[in-house]
Design a protein around this ligand. Structure first.
Ligand code: HEM
Length: 245
């Protein structure tokens, strides 16, 4: 097959309505020229990062809407939009798998192209990291405080599987999936450059473990251990066997 011929088709003319509406001319020029790639894996490397940025843009944009609907206590909208956020996060997580088809050596060649860039400079990631305090405040004031509820009441003492609980679980799922992205990304690092190495900023890769411990909504995780402690208090630390031995 004639590579150059197919390369020109891949870029498209950019003149048809489909191409104009989707701005494919710009979109498909966001990657290096085919001739400039350092190896056959670099297109995939750029595309995966760019797609992840687009998902994060969509997630950030959607969370702004979620916040407005939280303040209006519009649970149906909140749940539908959180579902969109959750699906996009799962896509982000699953798409990291693609980069595991790249050998460690091919990544080393690509790495020489990256300057001292760091994923911590990602605009999408940085904006999502800033949103959780606002979401928590909106949820707490509208779904809890206004109704005299607390996290403890909706999960345990007054548990009714009502709106506040369902929205709290959507927040928890967002939190969990964001952490899962960080966890799977660490596995990708391990697979590609190995733990114990230094990032392009000269920092130890292990510093990312700190981010993995961050929880957006700690109260939603603490309630679970609190419940285990209080429910478990009836039997103490070690429970008797059901069989009596
Ligand atoms: C082979 C592929 C990859 C490798 C080897 C890699 C490696 C790294 C390293 C070493 C860091 C720490 C950098 C620092 O010192 O600041 C980092 C951070 C980060 N990378 Fe990647 N990365 C890869 C792919 C990706 C992809 C596809 C994304 C998609 C968005 C991504 C997003 C991030 C983010 C958001 C951070 C900051 C994480 C945090 O603060 O918890 N990385 N990456």
């Amino acid at each position: 097959m004639d590579r150059l011929h197919f390369y020109s088709i891949m870029n498209g003319e950019g003149t048809l309505d489909y191409e104009l509406y989707l701005n494919t001319k710009s979109l498909l020029s966001c990657q290096k020229d085919f001739a400039a790639f350092c190896n056959k894996d670099e297109l995939q490397f750029q595309v995966v990062h760019q797609i992840e940025e687009l998902w994060m843009k969509l997630i950030g944009y959607t969370l702004l809407d979620v916040d407005e609907y939280l303040l209006k206590e519009n649970t149906n909208r909140v749940i539908t939009l959180f579902r969109r956020v959750h699906i996009a996060l799962r896509l982000m997580i699953n798409q990291l798998d693609l980069l595991e088809t790249m050998s460690p050596k091919e990544y080393q060649e690509i790495r020489l192209q990256l300057g001292n860039g760091s994923g911590q400079e990602s605009p999408g990631f940085r904006v999502i990291l800033k949103m959780h305090p606002f979401l928590w405040h909106s949820f707490k004031s509208t779904y809890l405080d206004q109704h005299g509820l607390t996290v403890e009441k909706i999960y345990n003492s007054e548990y009714a599987h009502a709106d506040a609980y369902v929205v709290a679980e959507a927040l928890a799922e967002f939190d969990e999936l964001f952490q899962r992205f960080r966890f799977v990304h660490m596995q990708l690092i391990q697979r590609t450059i190995g733990m114990g190495s230094k990032s392009l900023k000269g920092r130890s890769v292990e510093m990312l473990n700190e981010g993995q411990r961050v929880r957006f909504f700690p109260e939603l995780w603490e309630i679970r251990s609190h419940m285990t402690d209080t429910w478990g208090a009836s039997y103490g630390v070690v429970r008797d066997s059901i069989g009596g031995h």
